[in-house]
Design a protein around this ligand. Sequence first.
Ligand code: ADP
Length: 419
Amino acid sequence: MWPTIAIVAIGIAAVLGGLWWRSRRGRLESEARAGRRIRELEDEIGSLKDNTGRRLHRHQVFLESMSDGVMLVDAEGRIELVNAAFTRMFALPPEVIGRQAEDTLRLPEFIRLLRRAHEGGGVLDAEIELPGVDHRLVQVSVTAMRETKGRTSGLVVLVHDLTRLKQLENTRRDFVANVSHELRTPLSLIKGFVETLLLGGPHDAETVERFLKTIQKHADRLAFLIEDLLTISKLESGALAMHLEPLPLRPLVDHVLEDLQGRQRSRTVRLENGIAAGLEVRGDADRLQQVFSNLIDNAIKYGRKDGRVEIGARRINGKWIEVWIRDDGPGIPPEALNRIYERFYRVDKARSREQGGTGLGLAIVKHIVQSHGGEVCTESEIGRGTVFRLTLPAAPIPTGDPASAIPTKPASPPEPPVN
Ligand code: ADP
């Protein structure tokens, strides 16, 4: 009897033990599974956090690198976000986040725009002039964010600086007005003289010839003007390709002097090419001839009647050559020195026109010299004369691609040459 009971008890114990073991193993396995899942979820959360962090960082970099200003305003009118451009444009103090946009901006026009967008929704635009001495003009665009119930949940403000665009627009308008004026003057003179001749005005040969010569002079002026305008337009559009090559300076200037010597006025002026033989620049022969022709012609036109024009040059370092054109004329007033390179600017309008000037010569000179990587500047003393100095790249270029290299600009302005 007892052995049977013992066997049954052992059997029951074995079954119970087996069951306990299986359930324990199952529990251990499901615990391990749950642990794995938790780790997987932790990894996912971690990478989600990383991604969100990276994305937020990218958005921040994007906002901060924008040249347009951006501001976000919440439903209560508090600033939620501003980027660096916005802060700069409106000269905002630091720590504006959370402050009322209206109190912070203090520009009545801007505040009215924010209010209108908040109340009416949609997108509103306005051009606003910012306070300050530099009269910056900005285009402000306000977009209201609407919730489903129609309530405004915030405003997105985008600000684009229009100052440069407006300046370009004004320059273009002035240029067109100037060109029209410059063309109209000789044209109406030509028209007047032709009409007088056609109506049988003067009959004596001498007066008729004088009339015809005047017509010819103004027609020439028109032709010069159109030629200079075309040059300017080609230079500005980049359509005029530069053919850079080593150019000996002295013969280049001699060539220009020969051309100019034929002209009436230059016969009484002493023209001296003091450039040492052997100095070579790297430049475009035609364009540089145009530069020297304009500057030497100006020195003759605006210099002293029986004066002296001297052209000189020197190497200022291994890479640059300075060339100067000096006259002993009446000089240029200090207030005009910065303006003579502007298109159509003349110190003495009547004198320039009388000399057949177009008012574009120095603008062309500056453009060409800068296209060579150089600079041009003017020094003048009233009653003593004027010096135009320009820097040009020296040839040969010691390093780099010889076909296209233009050396970097000289670090400091060159010392004035000794007389
Ligand atoms: P323009 O066709 O009138 O000569 P430029 O652009 O060549 O036009 O020159 C602009 C103005 O600069 C001239 O009208 C003149 O008043 C002044 N100018 C240029 N060179 C000289 C100079 N060497 N001496 C005095 N004034 C000069």
